[in-house]
Design a protein around this ligand. Structure first.
Ligand code: HEC
Ligand code: HEC
Ligand code: HEC
Length: 120
């Protein structure tokens, strides 16, 4: 009887460890999307965007993806459907964060138009 209980306990522990391992693996295999992208930027020109740099530096997907889902082309799609205003992502995410981090004296990104809209 004692032996049976012990065996059961060991099996339970092994199962838990496996589930925890699988869950962890799932997180590390999260789709990070493209490392580098070019965002359509209208008349002043397109915007090269280093997605991976931001993911690694900020370490929080929701800083951007609370506003739009993790899907290629989704910003343009939501703008066309009037679910996002033109320049909304630019103003409340890109530029706001660069301005704030610059003010705090930390590493930051461009805040001038041509600093981002660099592809004609
Ligand atoms: C600084 C802003 C920002 C952060 C932080 C960010 N993303 Fe993104 N992500 C974007 C932008 C911009 C797009 C492009 C949307 C579009 O094409 O309309 C995008 C698109 C994507 C896509 C689809 C595009 C593709 O290349 O397949 C995936 C998947 C994605 N992000 C995953 C993530 C994950 C996972 C994290 C966190 C580890 C993350 N993102 C953090 C801005 C960000
Ligand atoms: C930190 C990067 C960044 C800076 C700085 C920046 N932009 Fe943008 N801009 C973007 C991104 C990304 C988009 C596309 C997403 C959006 O519309 O919010 C965009 C979109 C635009 C659009 C197109 C909107 C549309 O849908 O037709 C215009 C026009 C524009 N920006 C003008 C400017 C001007 C003018 C400045 C300087 C005062 C400026 N941008 C500075 C990143 C930037
Ligand atoms: C929450 C903060 C945050 C948001 C949102 C953000 N950035 Fe940045 N960005 C940074 C920081 C921090 C750096 C500097 C990273 C470094 O030097 O390691 C940076 C650097 C950059 C650079 C210069 C580095 C390079 O890739 O050449 C560009 C261009 C840039 N960001 C564009 C954008 C655009 C376009 C968006 C919006 C789609 C955006 N960023 C949104 C924080 C942010």
């Amino acid at each position: 009887m004692i032996l049976k209980t012990t065996t059961l306990l060991i099996i339970t522990i092994i199962c838990c460890a496996f589930v925890a391992f699988a869950a962890e693996k799932h997180v590390s295999e999260k789709d990070l999307g493209s490392a580098q992208m070019i965002l359509p930027g209208g008349i002043p020109g397109d915007v090269p965007f280093n997605h991976r740099l931001h993911q690694e530096h900020l370490n929080d997907c929701t800083l951007c993806h609370d506003l739009f889902p993790e899907k290629a082309g989704i910003i343009e799609k939501l703008k066309a459907e009037n679910k996002l205003k033109k320049k909304q992502v630019m103003n409340i995410q890109c530029v706001r964060c660069h301005r704030d981090t610059k003010r705090e004296g930390k590493d930051s990104g461009p805040i001038t138009c041509s600093g981002c809209h660099s592809i004609k």
